[in-house]
Design a protein around this ligand. Structure first.
Ligand SMILES: NC(=O)c1ccc[n+]([C@@H]2O[C@H](COP(=O)([O-])OP(=O)(O)OC[C@H]3O[C@@H](n4cnc5c(N)ncnc54)[C@H](OP(=O)(O)O)[C@@H]3O)[C@@H](O)[C@H]2O)c1
Length: 438
């Protein structure tokens, strides 16, 4: 039986069912126990963790495990009648998806940190929560300890946002920062990141941009109120970024970051993840190491920067804990919960139509007439050149071209023409350049 708000001076106890007790879940349990008095003093709420679903009940835990607390059947946690609220910190698409649907359909509020699941099945889960009239909260799914989901879906709900930019993966920002500040190669920086625990032994999900893509989908969906799924996000990772291009970027006044970009233009809504050159004085350029940040631009509110720890047990557990308190308050208020976000059908813009400036680095034979051929390749695809820079080494030269904004399809066609020119030995790098107006 869920306690009610009938006696305002009473402390209420909420039964928590936890799905997962790893980095985030384990920290959450310790915090719910260790900070119980402080939480109760501030909120009037006590939380009692009643069941925990894990993979291995024999694993040593860094919290007290009482008889029957752990189970390897996570559905038992959801079904347990003493569990009032379900917290999912196990990760992955399944069984997490079915567990959350089961919890919501049985009228239990849900808190999750699972970006992958929200990006894949957000509308279905949000609809189930709306039908059941219970909250579904996922603050920790993007930016770890940074409050960003609530600002986007509530505080900024009345602002017609047109752009969200994010550094939403700490591993890649750590690597790019090391390459920028120490001049190290990608391989060296990745090795250091692994040694220091900033990168997983298999870093593919981070360096390929896949982790950031799920977050980009969630950010764009909440910012613009049109659902953008994970599969709608264009993704490029940082594997091809070289110290050479980072050094050239610095010379031209830019910094290279892996950005999650959500945009609303006349063509529709879009989300993408790719390395980008941003001006060295852009607020995101100074975000160093494993720190995350989200930069939002709205016509009335102007520019907003949210930054902080994007991962880690404690910061992430703080975001989960905030959601747990929020969900418990709504549950105790007893009313049918109004949805915090609704998605209207809207056009998704094609990535081919996205307009950006490009930085193109070519290795060319240092001979007369090459520049004219290159200029003509761009011209034939309606891409105009903004600046050209050349550095010669013996018979070979590095030619760096920054274009004006043009459609992705035109930029690609121009680069294909460049690759076909005999004097062009290599199209060594292509990086998008983002500025406030393009
Ligand atoms: N770690 C972070 O910094 C961070 C930041 C933001 C968001 N998140 C999100 O938070 C979630 C959890 O991340 P984490 O780092 O805490 O993961 P983790 O350390 O790998 O912990 C996962 C937990 O879930 C349990 N589990 C996994 N699959 C299960 C299954 N099929 N049935 C029952 N239990 C299962 C594991 O059991 P065992 O303990 O028995 O192995 C473990 O306790 C993920 O969605 C992640 O994306 C994490």
């Amino acid at each position: 039986m869920v306690p009610s708000l009938s006696s305002p001076t009473m402390e209420r106890t909420i039964g928590i069912g936890l799905l997962g007790a790893g980095t985030v879940g384990g920290t959450l349990v310790r915090r719910l126990v260790g900070e119980s008095d402080a939480i109760a003093a501030k909120t009037g709420l006590r939380f009692d963790v009643r069941r925990i679903g894990v993979r291995d009940v024999a694993r040593v835990r860094d919290f007290e495990v009482t008889e029957g607390l752990l189970t390897t059947d996570p559905f038992e946690v959801v079904r347990d009648p003493t569990v009032d609220l379900v917290v999912e910190v196990m990760g992955g698409l399944e069984p997490a998806g079915d567990l959350l649907l089961a919890a919501l359909r049985s009228g239990k509020p849900v808190v999750t940190a699972n970006k992958e699941l929200i990006a894949a099945r957000g509308p279905e889960l949000i609809e189930a929560a709306e039908i059941a009239g219970v909250p579904l909260l996922f603050e920790a799914s993007v930016g770890g300890g940074i409050p960003i989901i609530r600002p986007l879906s509530e505080t900024l709900a009345g602002e017609p946002l047109h752009r969200v930019l994010g550094i939403v993966n700490g591993t890649t920002n750590y690597i790019l920062t090391a390459m920028t500040e120490d001049g190290t190669s990608y391989a060296e920086a990745l090795g250091d990141a692994k040694d220091l625990g900033y990168a997983e032994p298999d870093p593919t999900a981070d360096v390929s941009g896949s982790d950031a893509a799920a977050k980009a989908a969630i950010l764009a969906s909440l910012a613009f109120g049109t659902w953008v799924g994970r599969d709608d996000v264009y993704v490029e990772g940082i594997e091809g970024v070289t110290a050479t291009d980072i050094a050239f970027a610095a010379e031209f006044g830019y910094v290279i970051k892996l950005l999650a970009v959500g945009e609303r233009t006349s063509a529709g809504v879009s989300a993408r993840v790719h390395p980008a050159m941003i001006p060295a004085d852009h607020p995101l350029a100074s975000i160093r190491g494993a720190t995350n940040a989200i930069f939002i631009v709205g016509p009335s509110v102007g520019s907003l920067l949210f930054s902080g720890p994007g991962a880690g047990g404690d910061p992430t557990a703080t975001a989960v804990l905030g959601d747990v308190i929020d969900a418990a308050r709504e549950m105790l208020a007893g009313a049918q919960v109004a949805p915090r976000i609704r998605f209207s059908p809207g056009e998704l813009a094609s990535f081919e139509d996205m307009s950006t400036r490009w930085y193109v680095r070519l290795v060319v034979d240092d001979q007369p007439g090459v520049l004219a051929q290159i200029a003509s390749a761009f011209g034939e695809e309606h891409v105009s050149i903004r600046s050209v820079w050349q550095e010669g080494v013996d018979s070979e030269a590095s030619l760096i071209i920054v274009t004006h904004a043009a459609a992705e399809s035109e930029q690609r066609a121009a680069v294909a023409r460049l690759a076909a020119i005999e004097a062009v030995r290599d199209v060594a790098a292509v990086i998008r350049v983002l500025e406030d107006d393009a």
